[in-house]
Design a protein around this ligand. Structure first.
Ligand SMILES: N[C@@H](CCC(=O)N[C@@H](CS)C(=O)NCC(=O)O)C(=O)O
Length: 194
């Protein structure tokens, strides 16, 4: 059985959400962060890089959430939640799956770090503002990131965890999407565990 090594308040809730959506059994090991917000030493010892999430599956230990999501879908779920190359949503699925860690998270991190350091935000729209505008536009075109169906791209984007950073009064499409996905039983089970 898969073990999800879950670091609280972290992107490792993606893996819980994925397994809940797929109806896969798993064992959950939960770790609290250090006061500095770092993962505790036993978590750091799981992989060379030391970040969350991590899964173990028999002899395998795997880090990096995109890799874990793809591994679990392909290895344990017959590719469910991953539209294939002949699916109409394939390109959008790939784009949003990779946009999550490739562009969105770095943009929000830059914003967080520059604000904390008192560095001026730079010309508007900033990269972070463009990310939010893109998400709002996408969710006006389609109910889910890839298109008509909930996919692993929604798990990677993980908007429920980011809800607090959005001004939902000004972002009706994001608000509607959050209402949709947080009503999913799999998200509700995830939310209770994370
Ligand atoms: N790109 C990585 C990001 C990993 C990452 O930075 N995880 C954070 C939690 S969101 C972490 O482990 N922080 C604690 C630490 O670095 O000690 C992924 O998606 O797996």
């Amino acid at each position: 059985m898969l073990t999800i090594h879950h670091l609280r308040q972290s992107v490792s809730d993606r893996v819980i959400w994925l397994c809940e959506e797929l109806g896969l059994p798993y064992r959950l090991e939960t770790y609290d962060r250090e006061p500095s917000m770092a993962a505790p030493p036993p978590y750091k010892a799981l992989t060379r890089f030391g970040t969350a999430p991590v899964i173990t599956d028999g002899a395998l230990t795997l880090g990096e959430s995109g890799a874990i999501v793809e591994y679990v879908c392909r290895k344990h779920a017959g590719g469910r939640l991953m539209p294939g190359a002949d699916h109409a949503d394939f390109a959008d699925y790939l784009f949003w799956f990779h946009f999550a860690n490739g562009s969105m998270v770095p943009a929000f991190m830059i914003e967080h770090v520059t604000t904390a350091a008192g560095i001026p935000a730079g010309p508007s729209p900033t990269r972070g503002e463009r990310v939010v505008a893109m998400i709002e536009a996408r969710l006006g075109e389609a109910p889910y990131f890839a298109g008509s169906e909930f996919t692993a791209a929604d798990v990677m984007m993980a908007l429920p965890r980011l809800a607090e950073r959005f001004d939902l009064d000004a972002l009706p499409n994001i608000r509607g999407y959050l209402d949709r996905v947080t009503a999913r039983p799999a998200w509700q089970r995830t939310d209770a565990l994370r």
